[in-house]
Design a protein around this ligand. Structure first.
Ligand SMILES: Nc1ncnc2c1ncn2[C@@H]1O[C@H](COP(=O)(O)OP(=O)(O)OP(=O)(O)O)[C@@H](O)[C@H]1O
Ligand SMILES: [Mg+2]
Length: 293
């Protein structure tokens, strides 16, 4: 099956020809299959949010191609409908929230999809519950009076209510308390279980991404310096050192064994998986060697 995201030679320049011209993305190529989870990591100003905005057609390539859900975002007539398939949760919720009440805010997307009132109400309630906000009486509140963390959860609910094929979350954990982070993780994990739902998450925190992603993209000053699987990245000690990233202890053990030529799966995602893998390796090595004839 063809990829749900296909980016080829993407370049993007802000304000071309003006004194503020800035080349934000340089020759980016990557692809993602339906149901996969892509983590995007990079330092400040590396182009992460600019890449996110390309995925729902909010901006489109200066050169190169971005094809999402089969839609070429350079073609105006096609990209205008992309918001129905790709939901982007902005880095700063204040850029996303405009309506007078939480209910109006979360129902904005479903209403624009032309759904009937009862379907809209069900979707709003379901989305608010998923972000841990009781539909009543939260729905009547004005988003402007809510804390930053709650506003972010409202923004996430607004995108969830669209039932998007691809959900793009730009730094979703920023400003959330532990409960908010857990709720967002639950949402992400539910999407990962459903192989029809594709998720892209942008984060400053590589550790957070390593634990979730199938594929990882690392941007640096607008260029893609890594794109591949978690195992490949974990094995690339030079790149990890460049970003001053230290693997969790259990991964360092696994990696040290692999570096010594021991056959061990380096695509480990958490401590439990590392434990099982180490037990497997140890029991394999304990098997008596069959004497050669
Ligand atoms: N509207 C704009 N006009 C001009 N330049 C912009 C605009 N938006 C972003 N830029 C510049 O493009 C570059 C990439 O910005 P972008 O917001 O995509 O980076 P980022 O990796 O998301 O950064 P952060 O980690 O701070 O969120 C930065 O140098 C930024 O200053
Ligand atoms: Mg950003």
């Amino acid at each position: 099956m063809s990829n749900i995201i296909e980016i080829q030679g993407l370049n993007y320049t802000y304000l071309p020809g003006s004194p503020y011209e800035h080349r934000a993305l340089r020759d980016i190529s990557l692809s993602l299959g339906r149901g996969e989870f892509l983590g995007v990591f990079g330092p400040n100003s590396s182009g992460k949010s600019t890449l996110a905005k390309h995925l729902n057609g909010l901006v489109y390539p200066t050169s190169g191609t971005v094809r999402v859900c089969g839609i070429d975002t350079s073609v105006k007539e096609q990209r205008t409908g992309l918001w129905k398939k790709v939901g982007l949760v902005f880095q700063y919720p204040e850029q996303q929230i405009f309506e007078a009440s939480v209910y109006d805010e979360v129902s904005y997307g479903p209403r624009n999809l032309g759904l009937d009132e009862s379907e809209i109400r069900d979707r709003v309630h379901d989305a608010l519950e998923k972000v841990g906000l009781a539909p009543d009486p939260t729905s009547l509140l004005s988003p402007i009076n809510l804390s930053g963390g709650i506003r972010r959860r409202v923004a996430i609910a607004g995108i969830l209510a669209l039932h998007p094929e691809i959900m793009v979350l730009d730094e979703p954990m920023a400003g959330l308390d532990p409960r908010g982070r857990r709720l967002v993780l639950d949402i992400i994990n539910r999407r990962r279980e459903n192989r029809n739902e594709t998720t892209v998450m942008i984060s400053h925190n590589l550790k957070e991404i390593l634990a979730l992603a199938d594929k990882i993209a690392i941007l640096d000053r607008g260029a893609l310096v890594f794109f591949g699987g978690v195992g490949e990245l974990q094995a690339d000690s030079k790149l990890l050192a460049r970003f001053r990233f230290e693997l969790p202890d259990y991964l360092q053990v696994v990696q040290a064994l692999a570096d010594r030529g021991i056959k061990v799966d380096t695509g480990i995602k958490d401590m439990n998986e590392a434990g099982s893998e180490l037990i497997r390796v140890l029991s394999e090595r304990r098997q008596p060697q069959t004497p050669s004839p």
